[in-house]
Design a protein around this ligand. Structure first.
Ligand code: SF4
Length: 288
């Protein structure tokens, strides 16, 4: 038994009338004679409008929404000459919260046609490398240094890279991947301008709280079969790195090989990737 009778609190008051309560003037608006339910509906609508505005403003500031807007900006970009010859810009593909980001050089013929990265022969080879090492492409964000195809798949020019650089930097800031895999020398030198791909491929390096893992461009390996065992070994190392990162972020790192100290410069964002290539252009025929 309850020690106190709650029935009086839960029940209606003796003279309560819903209709009278509804039609009596609102306490706030009684001077204007506005019925309570009209005033109530107005307050509810105002709160609803404020809530919707806050929700919309919050959604507009999520990384997913900002990435979507960035993609739209890239699709209509005219910052450099490449917009004149492209069929489609290729902003990138993958989840906005990916832990892994792959960065290639520039779209090729099939990418330009479809507006998606790595869908040609190099893309198939990339898919094969991923699958062989148990990596799921759908969980990786894939993009390029340049978002538009250079004519005849020529090398990116420094001014084109400079014009397109803010897009990639913004993508990295929004996605915030744990590890960036650079494919080919242009992607490597975007972050480490003085690094040589033949010397540092397959060697992970941590910088600014993020891992970088350079390897060859899949198109280069297709073009030069002698590079295929190297890129395949690199992908095995990449799988090991990812497994190590998954298990622990402590002592596991010490087992990974790092860049030799004289192979890196002071860091990303300085100079253009064309500098310091050390004659490596022959190993890096481009484009996905
Ligand atoms: S390559 Fe980059 S900067 Fe040049 S037009 Fe395309 S999106 Fe714009």
């Amino acid at each position: 038994m309850y020690p106190f009778n709650y029935s009086g609190l839960l029940g209606r008051r003796p003279n309560f009338s819903p209709r009278r309560a509804r039609d009596s003037p609102c306490l706030v608006h009684h001077r204007l004679g506005i019925p309570r339910h009209v005033a109530y509906n107005g307050i509810v609508q105002a709160i609803s409008r404020i809530t919707c505005t806050i929700t919309r403003m919050s959604a507009e500031h999520t990384p997913a929404h900002q990435l979507h807007r960035l993609v739209e900006t890239i699709r209509h970009c005219t910052r450099c000459r490449l917009h004149q010859t492209r069929t489609h810009a290729v902003p990138g593909d993958g989840p906005f919260d990916a832990d892994i980001m792959f960065i290639g050089e520039a779209p090729g013929y099939h990418e330009d046609r479809q507006g998606r990265p790595f869908v040609g022969a190099a893309g198939k080879y990339l898919n094969d490398l991923l699958a062989r090492n148990g990596l799921d492409r759908s969980r990786i964000y894939i993009t390029n240094i340049l978002k538009c195809r250079p004519p005849r798949n020529r090398d990116p020019l420094p001014d084109e890279i400079a014009a397109c650089r803010p897009f990639l930097e913004r993508q990295i800031a929004l996605i915030n991947p744990r590890i960036i895999v650079t494919l080919g020398r242009f992607a490597l030198q975007f972050f480490f301008p003085n690094a040589s791909i033949t010397r540092v491929h397959g060697q992970a390096r941590q910088k600014g709280g993020r891992w970088y893992f350079p390897t060859f461009h899949p198109a280069a390996a297709l073009h030069q079969p002698r590079w295929q065992p190297l890129i395949e070994e690199d992908f095995r190392k990449l799988a090991e790195l990812l497994q190590a990162l998954t298990v622990s972020e402590g002592p596991v790192y010490h087992q990974l090989s790092l860049f030799p100290a004289d192979d890196v410069d002071s860091g990303p964002g300085e100079g253009h990737p064309g500098a310091g290539t050390h004659g490596q252009a022959d190993i890096d025929p481009p484009h996905s």
